[in-house]
Design a protein around this ligand. Structure first.
Ligand SMILES: [Fe+2]
Ligand SMILES: [Fe+2]
Ligand SMILES: [Fe+2]
Ligand SMILES: [Fe+2]
Length: 418
């Protein structure tokens, strides 16, 4: 029998409140931390932040005092978990260094989900945005190369390549071309629903992070780079957020959120190498089991439905964060030239959105994009761009050179001729 979170025993809710001294964990050591421990922390911070925001929205739509009080109780624990997890990051990591972790997570998490995803449309959505976050990692790494002694390689440790993806300058789609079809929850597998939940939470946390910390940089172009990439994260949250079935009730969504928290802490535990971090994942998992069972009781009480029917008897295979260089390169070779076309993701030359896209790009970029300038500045100051290119030359000719960067016009030409 596998792990069924509806049946496992968790920590009673009244025992979940922790004193400050336990919440204020000692941060990890940046020089020795396993990059994947860092990424699991960033991921679970995103999952917890989503849980908090979800419960705030839920209770604002509910008029039953007893239930609102119950949601406040659950939400307070989510807040506590979020603090504990996010406070694992030490102060010595600068905003930009933390950002490298955010984008490394986006790459390796998206690749892990895409490879496990059975629904072809959801997989296509993951592959599509994968190449964009992959490019963000490269742009921020170039900024870091110019402004910090610490290079991105010492953060990602060669587990993730740092080379151009779909260049950020051409990622900007018209908003109407960023909304996808929603999945049908009566037909979608639990695993697909969990993948969607996870990627929304991670991308949303990145969006929120850039909204708030993008102005903490002294470098004027760096500030612009955060603004530009933050708009793509908005695009990503729209893109992934549109995949969930909007017809699910608040009660059903609460169960799915809690199940996903169990699933992701369980996944983190399976692959964690650091004992202290593993202890955090385990404790949070034990909290989440009770949250899930509470959300299930709430659903039974107010909707008269059994949420266990929405899930298999045991949890799907855990999501393990690990190097995905080959996978990323395969998508880079085959889908660099894709763009959004209403609900579809298609090669540029097959899209009906071309006019809209070109107009939107020209208006946004206006002959200048911080994501281009950051690489040009790096070339000007260091002779070439910053890369961690471990698997050979770049698979796309147009992005081979480390001394010349293609402009918007030549990138679009390249994409159209693919
Ligand atoms: Fe939580
Ligand atoms: Fe990104
Ligand atoms: Fe993203
Ligand atoms: Fe929870």
């Amino acid at each position: 029998m596998g792990f069924n979170p509806f049946k496992e025993k968790g920590i009673p809710i009244e025992k979940q409140t922790k004193p400050w001294v336990e919440l204020n964990v000692k941060p990890y050591d940046s020089s020795t931390v396993d990059p994947y421990t860092r990424l699991r922390g960033i991921l679970m911070n995103g999952i917890e932040a989503e849980a908090v925001q979800f419960y705030h929205n839920f209770h604002r739509h509910i008029d039953i005092p007893e239930l609102r009080a119950q949601l406040a109780t659950l939400r307070r624990i989510e807040q506590q978990e979020q603090k504990m997890v996010n406070w694992m990051i030490p102060a010595e990591e600068s905003t930009l260094q933390v950002t490298i972790g955010y984008e490394q997570l986006a790459v390796d998490l998206t690749a892990a989900l895409a490879q496990a995803e059975q629904d072809p449309y959801v997989k296509a959505a993951l592959d599509f945005a994968l190449l964009e976050d992959f490019d963000h990692l490269y742009r921020y790494a170039n900024l870091l190369a110019m402004t910090d002694e610490k290079k991105a390689e010492s953060i990602v440790k060669q587990f993730t390549e740092i080379i151009p993806g779909r260049p950020t300058v051409i990622e900007h789609c018209h908003p109407v071309d960023t909304v996808r079809n929603f999945t049908d929850r009566s037909k979608t597998s639990a695993q697909t629903k969990l993948h969607i939940e996870t990627i929304i939470a991670a991308e949303q946390q990145t969006m929120n992070f850039y909204m708030n910390i993008g102005n903490r940089l002294a470098d004027q172009n760096g500030r612009g780079l955060y603004q530009e990439i933050a708009q793509i994260e908005e695009q990503h949250v729209t893109h992934y957020g549109s995949l969930t079935d909007p017809r699910a009730s608040w009660f059903e969504m609460a169960v799915l959120h809690e199940y996903n928290e169990c699933y992701m802490y369980y996944s983190c535990m399976q692959s964690e190498t650091d004992d202290k971090a593993k202890g955090v994942w385990q404790m949070c998992l034990e909290n989440e089991l009770t949250h899930l069972q509470t959300a299930a009781e709430i659903m039974k009480k107010y909707e008269n439905k059994d949420p266990e029917e929405m899930f298999p008897d045991s949890m799907p295979e855990p999501i393990v964060l690990k190097p995905a260089k080959e996978y990323v390169r395969s998508i880079l070779s085959s889908q660099l030239h894709y763009t959004g076309d209403k609900t579809k993701m298609v090669p540029l030359n097959m899209s009906e959105s071309q006019d809209r896209y070109q107009t939107f790009l020209t208006t946004s970029n206006d002959d200048f994009a911080p994501s281009q300038k950051v690489v040009q500045d790096c070339i000007n100051s260091q002779g070439e761009d910053y890369r961690v290119e471990t698997e050979g030359p770049h698979p796309a000719d147009i992005l081979l050179s480390r001394r010349d960067i293609p402009d918007q016009k030549s990138l679009l030409e390249f994409c159209k001729n693919r």
